[in-house]
Write a protein that binds this ligand. Sequence first.
Ligand code: HEM
Length: 185
Amino acid sequence: MTPYRPAQRLLHWLVALCIPILLVLGLWMTARASANLWDDQTNLLYGLHKLLGFTVLLLMVLRLFLKLRSTVPGYPASLTPMHMLVAKTMHGLLYALLFAVPLLGWAGVTAYPALITVAGYHLPAMPGVTQDPALAKQLFELHGTLAFVLVAFVVCHIAAALVHLFLKRDGIFERMWPSKSVKRP
Ligand code: HEM
């Protein structure tokens, strides 16, 4: 089975690693903010979350660029058209959420404004977004809600990948795994 390109596999696993870290940071920092704990640790958590979240956005731009430039490996004949449609829809929605969630976070910190991250490094302001704390609040609410929708989709995605790895054994999992043994024709 044709694997994804090495760069695509690397980006996939980098983004996959960032999501649980962002989730933990997001929940931890907002819990401290709700408890009114505004100290260096809370600021560090927010700073790390913003920097890592923005990095995910940049990685996703690269992923989309590579996806549009290369042909998607075909599915095995054992997959029904219905399965293929579900897989393509899920992947499309995952891409959409992986752009929407960090974009909303970035728009929120631009509107607030709170662009500082760690070690005094400021993110660029999102072009076209004006300073408006009320708008920032709405953007953060949507950011948080869609982050949980993203996590639900990621759980389904992992479940499907494990079904292919352990039950179907059709090579679908291996083509995204960073193994040396798989070669592109
Ligand atoms: C894929 C990327 C991201 C994920 C999965 C993610 C996830 C989360 C989660 C789970 C929360 C907690 C929500 C809650 O408790 O209701 C959160 C909050 C937050 N995120 Fe993100 N985030 C991402 C990217 C970003 C980016 C790029 C920024 C800004 C540059 C950002 C800024 C924030 C801020 C400021 C909050 C706190 C909002 C508030 O206090 O209401 N996030 N994020």
